[in-house]
Design a protein around this ligand. Structure first.
Ligand code: GRG
Length: 294
């Protein structure tokens, strides 16, 4: 299998497991479960589960990486549902279809997002119950990442900064926490599932790689917002300007923002190379993220 075939193969496996393992749309109350499945099954790149898989593969172990990836995808999807709400970024389109609150209504979208949060932790615990110490570590990483000092804190700061004068320190805080933390957790959780998951030196390197990759991912996201189209992105292009967001593109211009993305990607690659092992797929995935079109 070449790189693109492997990506498609893994995305298909992840999508099938999401359909199989999440509560069906017919569960009571059906409207809530329909809305949860509507957003979970809307596609998306499944980047976080792919990163978990690739990081587990570096020193493969006996533990299944797909379940940890899906737990991250569940948290990611809740954050997208809530981010799209009128009280936050007010977006009508997500993953190429109407946002959850447009397809249903605001109250249902809030509750669908709410219900996804405990589901992620329930799913993690049920999936790794034969390895309780590992399950505890994974729950801890995900809880910390999704919490008030990372994902939610980053989102709060992002909203507070709208319409204010650009300031590099604030922007770095937002990107590290709103975006990079979930990418970092994907690599860390994947690595923990592998054979060398307790190696402290390698864990430091995987966290460094995750942070730099997450920062590169956000810089590319900012660039795509100004260079790509709504059709291509499956979400509204030009939204950052519309919401008066500060981004690296606004602060530095497109050329320097691109250079920043390249530098962060290179730093992530170097950290992964130091970890060694079977890192080929992970390195390819990291490099492909720099040239993504959506
Ligand atoms: C509501 C707590 C809370 C947080 C929201 C996800 C998020 C934080 C905001 C979305 C806006 C945004 C541009 C975030 C940074 C980059 C990002 C997370 C993009 C979306 O992720 P992709 O590109 O999306 O992996 P898909 O749809 O492919 O999964």
């Amino acid at each position: 299998m070449n790189f693109s075939e492997k990506l498609l193969f893994l995305q298909d496996r992840i999508n099938k497991r999401i359909v199989r393992d999440l509560p069906a749309s017919t569960c009571k109350p059906a409207r809530l479960h329909e809305a949860m499945n509507y957003s979970m099954q809307a596609g998306g790149k499944r980047l976080r589960p792919l990163l978990v898989h690739a990081a587990q593969e570096v020193y493969p172990g006996i533990h299944d990486p797909i379940a940890a990836g899906i737990a991250l995808e569940i948290i990611h999807t809740y954050s997208l549902i809530h981010d799209d709400l009128p009280a936050m970024d007010d977006s009508d389109l997500r993953r190429g279809r109407p946002a959850c609150h447009k397809a249903y209504d605001e109250a249902t979208a809030i509750l669908a997002g709410d219900a996804l949060i405990p589901l992620a932790f329930q799913y993690l615990v049920e999936s790794y119950r034969e390895a309780p110490a590992l399950a505890l570590d994974l729950v801890h990483i995900l809880a910390q990442t999704a919490g008030s000092e990372k994902l939610v804190g980053g989102q709060m700061m992002d909203l507070l900064a709208e319409g204010t004068k650009p300031d590099a320190q604030t922007l770095s805080y937002i990107h590290e926490n709103k975006t990079a933390a979930m990418i970092q957790a994907s690599l860390e959780m994947g690595f923990r599932l592998g054979e060398m998951g307790d190696d402290q030196n390698k864990l430091i390197l995987i966290r460094q790689a995750g942070l730099r990759l997450g920062l590169a991912f956000q810089a590319v996201d900012d660039l795509l917002d100004v260079t790509s189209s709504t059709e291509m992105l499956g979400k509204d292009a030009g939204q950052d300007a519309g919401n008066q967001k500060i981004t690296w593109v606004v602060m530095l211009g497109e050329k320097k923002a691109r250079k920043l993305a390249e530098e962060h990607t290179q730093a992530a690659v170097q950290a992964i190379e130091k970890i060694g092992g079977n890192n080929g797929f992970l390195l390819q995935l990291i490099k492909s993220m720099l040239d993504r079109q959506m």
